[in-house]
Unconditional design. Structure first.
Lengths: 269, 281
């Protein structure tokens, strides 16, 4: 446990020092500032537009952090050969990989906490500016959506851990993680599309099996996207939170466990 | 020193050149956009997939693009063709497919399609979708009720929508009364006035307020003339042939102006009409 913690804290410290983070924060701040301007172009659902934009900014910045900082944190040890220093210490390879995973999860947590609090600002400003009486907005649901952005980023971290465990190059890990993210965001919609249009178009059984397989293999990121609920103050049931939470925990466990298996067998050049 | 001067000269010349060229580019772009007109609208099933987790923003962009197009036409004082109205409807439909609860496209579509394009069917289709999702919002069934009463002249349906509206929170106590009044066919103009006044209360958009206020002015004039005709009938036991009769007999002092630029007259059935047909010529 101590070994995992020390790897995690080193990884986190290394990540937080990365200059790319400044760039990402500046982009996020600019997007928050733009939100307050953009919302004035709309008619009534101004708070909804502000919530859309600010929560998407949090999610997007977190994703950029993981893909551009997180992936490199794995690659660095291999590229700079510092991995030999680590594996010669009394720490197992699994502990090293799990530590790395927790390190980038902490990085994602920092980004989400920092930007999540800032993201309330454009919403407060737009609410002051105009609040339509039939609009529904609830701060609790807003912050649940922010927490879910973190949960989603934790799953992305586990995917990065998995790919980084066996790829020889951090660019390949980045591309694979990005592709997984895109597929994970769309499997639910594709599945719905096939289910709703079965009568209108011929779908070969092979395609629908493939889509079903992809639905179970890739993480279903749509389940963690509560932006619409936050924007319109739609209630989220406790059972939804329970089951999506369990799903996230199981998925992360599987991904990281497969990663450690692959990493244990890996040979370093 | 010399190279510095040359560099500064090159930079300033190029900067001026780029600003100049960009001005012409924006004119060219303007022309291109006008020729380009409207594009195709992505099917919503595809849009839901490619939007990834940014469906909300996608909906915002689609809505504001259509609104900007409409606004540009309005500023250039050009009429929208039927094809363009269809495009606007499809965009509003797509935006509300991406975010089922997004009020602006429902509202913009419903008001402009019914008042501007006389596409009441499409306006109502949008509102029906809104009725399903925004199940707390009384303004949706209220607007549906108005469209059924005013454009489709289906009082029964209008009344049932108003009853639905009155069940939702915040609707106030005027709506059930209005719903009950609609059960009777008479008092059409008066009901329309009450309806529009209620519409005005919940509207702060300037353009839409203008539409309502103008129509309200015309309807109030019609109501005024209708009452004068009734007074004439009860006093002289016959119908006036033309509006000037009302002035000649001293029932009214002048005929109000039609805000749409037409002339009020009495048709063969005895009801008040206007040559503008309540639309701007």
């Amino acid at each position: 446990m101590i070994a995992i913690w020390s790897v995690a804290s080193i990884t986190f410290k290394e990540g937080i020092k990365n200059r790319v983070l400044f760039g990402i924060f500046i982009i996020a701040l600019l997007l928050f500032a733009a939100t307050t301007v953009v919302t004035t172009l709309f008619m009534r659902d101004i708070v909804k537009v502000a919530v859309d934009l600010s929560l998407s900014t949090v999610s997007f910045s977190g994703l950029l952090t993981l893909l551009f900082v997180g992936v490199n944190l794995f690659g660095k040890d291999l590229d700079k050969r510092t991995i030999y220093m680590v594996i010669s210490r009394p720490i197992s390879r699994s502990e090293y990989l799990i530590g790395k995973f927790f390190g980038i999860v902490m990085l994602a947590l920092t980004v989400v906490v920092f930007l999540g609090i800032l993201s309330a600002l454009p919403v407060i400003i737009s609410k002051k500016f105009y609040y339509y009486s039939e609009a529904r907005f609830n701060w609790w649901i807003f912050f649940i959506a922010v927490i879910y952005i973190f949960v989603k980023l934790a799953i992305v971290s586990s995917i990065i851990t998995l790919f980084a465990s066996f790829t020889s190059n951090s660019f390949i890990a980045l591309v694979l993680s990005l592709v997984t993210y895109i597929i994970g965001q769309s499997t639910e919609s594709v599945r719905l599309l096939l289910a709703s249009q079965v009568e209108k178009m011929e779908v070969s059984p092979v395609v629908s099996y493939m889509v079903d397989a992809a639905y179970y293999i890739f993480p279903n990121f749509s389940a963690f996207d509560l932006k619409t609920q936050a924007a319109h103050g739609l209630a989220i049931s406790p059972s939804y939170i329970l089951w999506t939470g369990l799903y996230a925990v199981f998925y992360i466990t599987v991904a990281v466990a497969i990663g450690t298996l692959a990493f244990r067998r890996r040979e370093f050049p | 020193m010399r190279s510095l001067v040359i560099s500064i000269l090159v930079i300033s010349l190029a900067a001026v050149g780029s600003v100049f060229a960009l001005n012409i580019v924006s004119l060219e772009r303007e022309r291109l956009r006008r020729e380009e007109g409207i594009g195709i609208v992505m099917p919503s099933a595809v849009a839901r997939i490619v939007a990834l987790e940014f469906k909300g923003i996608f909906a915002d962009i689609i809505f504001s693009r259509a609104m900007t197009y409409y606004g540009g036409k309005l500023i250039r004082e050009e009429e929208l063709t039927g094809e363009e109205w269809d495009w606007i409807y499809k965009n509003m439909d797509l935006a509300t497919d991406l975010d089922n609860y997004f009020l602006d496209p429902y509202y913009f579509g419903a008001v402009n399609l019914s008042w501007g394009a006389n596409k009441v069917k499409e306006a109502n289709a949008l509102l029906e979708k809104a009725l399903k999702y925004r199940d707390w919002d009384w303004t949706i069934p209220f607007n549906l009720g108005f469209n059924h009463f005013y454009f489709l002249q289906d009082n029964k349906k209008a009344a049932s929508y108003l009853i639905e509206a009155s069940k939702r929170p915040g609707s106030g106590n005027l709506i059930p009364t209005l719903g009950a009044r609609l059960e009777y066919e008479g008092n059409r103009t008066e009901n329309a006035v009450i309806f529009l006044e209620e519409n005005l209360k919940t509207t702060d958009d300037e353009t839409i307020r203008y539409i309502y206020e103008e129509r309200l002015k015309a309807l109030k004039s019609i109501l005024f003339l209708e009452r004068a005709v009734t007074a004439y009938q009860s006093r002289f036991n016959k119908r006036p042939k033309k509006l000037e009769d009302l002035i000649a007999r001293g029932i009214i002092s002048e005929i109000p102006k039609d805000p749409y630029g037409g002339q009020f007259y009495i048709d063969e059935g005895g009801s008040i009409k206007t040559t503008s047909g309540l639309f701007h010529k």
